[in-house]
Design a protein. Sequence first.
Lengths: 401, 260
Amino acid sequence: MSHAPIPNGADPLDLLGTDTLLTDEERLLRDTVRKFVADKVLPDVGEWFDAGTFPKEMAKEFGALGVLGMHLEGYGCAGTSATAYGLACTELEFGDSGARSFVSVQGSLAMFPIWAFGSEEQKQEWLPGMAAGDLIGCFGLTEPDSGSDPSSMRTTARQDASGDWILNGAKMWITNGSIADVAVVWARTDPDGPDRGAVRGFVVPTNSSGFSAPAIHRKVSLRASVTSELVLEDVRLPASAVLPGVSGMRGPLSCLNEARFGISFGSVGAARACYEAALAYAGERVQFDKPIAGFQLTQRKLVDMMVKVQRGTLLALHLGRAKDEGTLTTPMISFGKMDNVRMALEVAREARSVLGANGITTEYPVIRHMNNLESVYTYEGTNEIHTLILGQAITGLQAFS
Amino acid sequence: MNVVVCVKQIPDPADPGALDPNTKTLKRDGKLILDESDSYGVEMALQLVDAAGGGEVTLVSMAPNGETAGLRTALAMGAAKAVLVSDDALQGSDALGTSKVLAKAIERAGQADLILTATESSDGYTGTVPEQIAELLSLPSVTFAKSITVDGSSVKVQRQTESGYDDVECPLPAVVSVTAGVVEPRYPSFKGIMAAKSKPVDQVGLGDLGVDAGSVGWAGAGQEIVEIATAEARAASTVVEDDGEAFQKIVDMLAELKIV
Ligand SMILES: Cc1cc2nc3c(=O)[nH]c(=O)nc-3n(C[C@H](O)[C@H](O)[C@H](O)COP(=O)(O)OP(=O)(O)OC[C@H]3O[C@@H](n4cnc5c(N)ncnc54)[C@H](O)[C@@H]3O)c2cc1C
Ligand SMILES: Cc1cc2nc3c(=O)[nH]c(=O)nc-3n(C[C@H](O)[C@H](O)[C@H](O)COP(=O)(O)OP(=O)(O)OC[C@H]3O[C@@H](n4cnc5c(N)ncnc54)[C@H](O)[C@@H]3O)c2cc1C
């Protein structure tokens, strides 16, 4: 039995026509980042990955584009919608998770806490330079012995009689650490002090005495990104270095919510890159006298990937609209981060198989994305932690400890 | 210094274009975008205004259905404002009709020191509009600019030729067409994109410009498209088998095509 012919004209890269859900302005913004990535990231990112570097000069390029802290208002930031920020993350991560990580860390993890919880002086001092990409920021929460349970952190901040703060401890896996001009560091205060041991955030210039940030090597994932350790040995800071607007774990967690939102979008970009590479390859690669795209098993893979990418796009857009309307909740963010990163990893692995042996080289983007996504799966709340957040949201029972 | 840039909004070249069998012209009812050819003129204008230390860039465009998407891109790059001519009576306008309308729109845009266009559009590419605008405005016309410098009341242009360039100079105001690819158009910055939505677009019809509807559109077209036909499929390419002398055959072929 033969099937009636399927009308052609469907867009293989956007079968559902999700593009129609965007405004003209959002499309212009998206296309601008897409072109930027095509011009400035894609030609070199394979080499950055192979060499294990992310060129610091990219910061100024990102700054000129306006992508750093783009969804914040004032202080040299563009003040776009959250959805627009998400769309930019998608395009950046279409290039590489490392490029998106740089922008996430700068905008959501370093600029956001200063913008949301900083004093006017802190904002004036740091934000314009960070928005322009003249100054690079990093975010120090994770420690060697404190990952998924950040409230178990051991880094301390003690205030001496003069009012100065003295920081001691070590942070681990810190994106941009070695290239940063400023670190937002979270540390536990004196249990007997005025903050009663609450975690506070500190704006730490990286040229402070006692501060060092050795790079972490031998990574096989997120290689086009700088990952570092932060070592704090009696780092003395003035009283004005503390972020005055927040006390307790709400501080770092609200930054993470910002970045996780961006990852819900970003991961779709990585998935789309893998799907596009597999679709193109399958159309050209001939075995048994026909393009492998003509085999049923390959079509099943391609369709699976296409459906996943489109579903992930819809999910991310829904979260974007909710954030702009002010109705986005923490479990919704966990849904997006958990499901879209898992989706992207599945698509990457499937795409890898379609490319056969070519799929294992960095000549093609697929295995680079696949390896990168292992980091994305773990950072910003592991897949398991987001599962537990959702588990608690639907059962009312916490299963963390 | 005030620079007017003519920017054409065209159907996205990435989507397959289609001809309307009734009007025999390109269908322009879908979304239109900024013609990439014009992004060089916009960039050049922004650089000239920067170099002059003051003034602004004004865009002029003629397009159906009040289309502004392409204008917003150029406004996001840094242009200050735009005049958009949109009128049902413009359907069927040929290059001369288009030039008449653009000339009036340029006058409406205010006192301009310099008017820039591309050398030819990506969809129509008659490459005749710039010179016709200059004639209608009684201004000097310089074509194929690869670099432009303004010096007081005159403009110096390096005019691209087959073997290099000519240095030419003429008094301002003037109409100069800019060769594609001679500058790198900036990315619209996000601040620019956010600001673009509040920049003024002066949308006008033929009446506002004092253009007689009979002199443009189908009514005014001096040309008629009598027939459209599917282009011949590209002929099979020539395969040169290398018997040790293939290079000579290829060189001869290229010489015949006047490429070498
Ligand atoms: C490339 C990269 C960049 C990073 N950048 C930064 C940065 O800029 N700033 C920063 O502060 N941190 C950063 N991190 C750290 C990251 O956030 C942590 O790795 C992450 O929070 C997990 O912590 P962990 O690695 O210590 O794993 P652990 O917390 O030790 O977890 C190990 C495993 O146990 C599971 N697990 C833990 N607790 C539970 C539980 N209760 N129930 C079930 N399973 C559980 C986890 O899900 C995981 O599978 C980065 C990490 C990477 C890889
Ligand atoms: C008989 C005939 C009928 C036509 N009918 C139609 C029709 O019904 N609908 C239709 O849309 N087109 C129609 N066209 C095509 C359209 O009118 C041409 O695109 C127009 O004449 C401009 O010519 P061009 O694109 O070849 O300009 P070129 O001379 O190649 O353009 C050079 C430069 O001039 C400027 N410029 C040109 N056009 C514009 C513009 N509209 N706005 C701003 N700047 C501009 C740009 O900077 C451009 O790069 C028709 C053409 C012919 C010959």
